[in-house]
Design a binder for this molecule. Structure first.
Ligand SMILES: [Zn+2]
Length: 251
């Protein structure tokens, strides 16, 4: 029997039988992997800690055709304390959903894993605004998936500016207020220079500086409007977990 050794984070868990679980892990080398954790739901199981949602561990797996089986595992870092905060848990579950839907099996996902681990750190282990942290994740993740918008300036005349811009969903990028440029899309969304700068930073920043900024409430609201719609149009799916958060905010 052959073995696979890899590090991965649990992005989904499904209970099966009396005490087993099938977990999905995101691994840098192998992408999405479905793994059987025999007896993981037993109280004293040596697999119980590492197979929790959002645990990042080093796994030794028996290789199977469709499903792998855990031989042993050792926890590296756990983000499962998100379970104590409904808002943070919902954001983390939303990211896990996005990743589950878009990462393939047997395809390296090193950048996705790094972005997910970094985002979880800022979301769960710091007091940064979860609303901003999640928008940074979503836009940067779309770039990893190959949907980077044009954010250097105007996509039509290529004028490099952050002033007087709108975002065109049709053209996937910024458009300036020059007469010839405005006419390329009648349904653009006007954005402030702050939003333009934030989007440029999220698309181009190195990973270690990605989360190093704050936004005022109106700028974050504008960024959220753009990123929410861009995500929906690019992935052609409405992710409903965050709608639940908007609903409880209204109460
Ligand atoms: Zn222009």
């Amino acid at each position: 029997m052959s073995y696979i050794k890899t590090k991965g984070i649990v992005i989904k868990e499904v209970n099966v039988g009396e005490a087993d679980k099938i977990i999905t892990i995101l691994s840098g080398e192998y992408g999405k992997m479905a793994v059987v954790a025999k007896g993981a739901r037993r109280l004293r199981s040596r697999l119980s800690a590492c197979t929790q949602f959002l645990c990042y561990s080093s796994f030794l797996l028996f290789k199977g055709r469709d499903l792998h089986k855990i031989n042993s595992c050792e926890m590296i870092e756990s983000f499962s304390e998100a379970g104590n905060d409904l808002v943070k848990l919902t954001y983390a579950a939303h990211m896990a959903d996005l990743i589950y839907d878009t990462v393939q099996e047997n395809q390296p996902a090193t950048k996705t894993l790094k972005l997910f681990l970094n985002t979880l750190h800022y979301l769960i282990k710091t007091d940064r605004s979860p609303g901003l942290v999640i928008k940074i994740f979503e836009l940067r993740y779309l770039c990893i998936l190959g949907y980077a918008p044009y954010v250097k300036g105007c996509i039509n005349c290529l004028n490099e500016t952050f002033e007087g811009l709108s975002f065109s969903f049709k053209k996937c990028g910024f458009v300036c207020n020059n007469e010839n440029c405005v006419s390329i899309d009648p349904f653009m969304y006007k954005i402030s220079p702050g939003t333009a700068r934030a989007m440029h930073h999220i698309v181009y920043s190195s990973m270690d500086k990605l989360f190093n900024f704050e936004l005022s409430k109106p700028v974050l609201a504008e960024l959220s409007t753009i990123v929410d719609r861009f995500l929906r149009e690019m992935l052609e799916k409405d992710y409903t977990k965050l709608k639940f958060l908007r609903d409880i905010e209204k109460i």
